[in-house]
Ligand binder design. Structure first.
Ligand SMILES: [Zn+2]
Length: 213
């Protein structure tokens, strides 16, 4: 097959990116990880996210039976962030990393994934995200709420217990700022949202088959 690659305009990032799929075939000498097919128990005594268990901070998880939210014991932003930071030299600037960081457990079962939760459990999780977003964004010191899931050894989150994190910061992350700006510009220029599909013909890639008579 002929190798193809091209530049594409990224409408959210508002910049050109290069798509070079043929490079998947290039020589690779880096690390590869095996699939995690090991059977996991529904409860693990050594897991700091399972119900009833101790966390490293000394706190004890509630005997929860649904979605469970608590303040991150090892926050990257928090009200206790050091205030006595050194003045940044030259062109650099710094400030206390205040804000709030929380952990959201999707449920008590250690061995589930988001994709394997029941519809009711996912609905409960979505309602929790909404409530957290509203509560945190209503605080005067919070300008941005990011809810995200990192999962796996390669991103430094080896605990498979289904959970995500929330960062509530007093600044807006640059990625979000650019995406919002792109959306506002697109709406002003076209009259419809960037993700609005009105102008895309439905089922254009999969036209209905004509019925034989
Ligand atoms: Zn667990």
């Amino acid at each position: 097959m002929t190798a193809k690659w091209e530049q594409r305009w990224h409408p959210l990032r508002q910049e050109w990116v290069v798509i070079a799929g043929h490079r998947q075939d290039r020589p690779w000498i880096g690390e590869t990880l095996p699939r995690e097919d090991a059977e996991l128990p529904t409860y693990l005594e050594s897991c700091y996210l399972c119900p009833h268990n101790d966390r490293i901070s000394g706190a004890v998880n509630e005997d929860y039976d649904g979605v469970y939210v608590f303040d991150n014991d090892h926050p990257c932003v928090g009200p206790m962030a050091p205030l006595d930071i050194l003045e940044a030299p030259g062109v650099y600037r710094n400030a206390p990393a205040q804000g709030l960081a929380r952990v959201v457990c999707y449920g008590p079962e250690h061995n589930l994934r988001l994709s394997r939760l029941s519809v009711e459990s996912i609905a409960m999780l979505l309602r929790t995200w909404q409530a957290q977003y509203r509560e945190l964004s209503a605080r005067s010191e919070v300008a941005h709420v990011l809810i995200f899931e990192n999962n796996g050894d390669v991103v430094g989150v080896p605990n498979p217990h289904p959970h995500c994190q929330i960062y509530a910061t007093n600044f807006v992350f640059k990625t979000t700022e650019v995406e919002l700006s792109a959306s506002v510009e697109h709406l002003a220029a076209t009259g419809h949202g960037l993700f609005h599909r009105r102008r895309i013909r439905r089922n254009s890639r999969h036209p209905r088959r004509r019925q034989c008579r």
